[in-house]
Design a protein. Structure first.
Length: 130
């Protein structure tokens, strides 16, 4: 009986850190926000994610052909956070920071980027591509 109680207690302690979903795969959807010059944006975003435990790797970008490597990707439950170097490492684009939450089959959340005094904010809503 003590062993069963110990296993139950361990399961309660460990389970919040484990994601309920495996985010590995291709995701696509909308990227809506405001560019640094104040112009409204309504673009597409495509992500190819690799999820292993609390680690998130892969790529993200405006299309399946134009992708940038995910940096510092983390999964905490159903929340994903990661960065990409916009324009790739050699083009010196802004560091783009993502914070997404999974609900109802969608990854939704905020994107923020800064380069010098220029700032960009956006909302993302993506679904798994089959």
């Amino acid at each position: 009986m003590k062993r069963l109680a110990l296993l139950f207690a361990l399961a309660l302690f460990v389970s919040p850190a484990i994601a309920a979903e495996d985010f590995t795969g291709k995701w696509s959807g909308s990227f809506t926000g405001v560019s640094p010059d104040g112009t409204p944006m309504d673009e597409t975003i495509f992500m190819n994610l690799v999820h292993k435990g609390a680690e998130l790797t892969g790529t993200a970008g405006p299309s399946a052909e134009m992708q940038w490597k995910i940096l510092q990707g983390k999964v905490d439950g159903n929340t994903l956070s990661f960065e990409v170097q916009g324009g790739g490492d050699t083009q010196g684009g802004p560091l783009v920071k993502f914070k997404l939450a999974f609900a109802d089959g969608h990854l939704k959340g905020d994107v923020n980027a800064e380069r010098g005094s220029e700032k960009m904010t956006a909302k993302i809503d993506v679904v798994r591509v089959k």
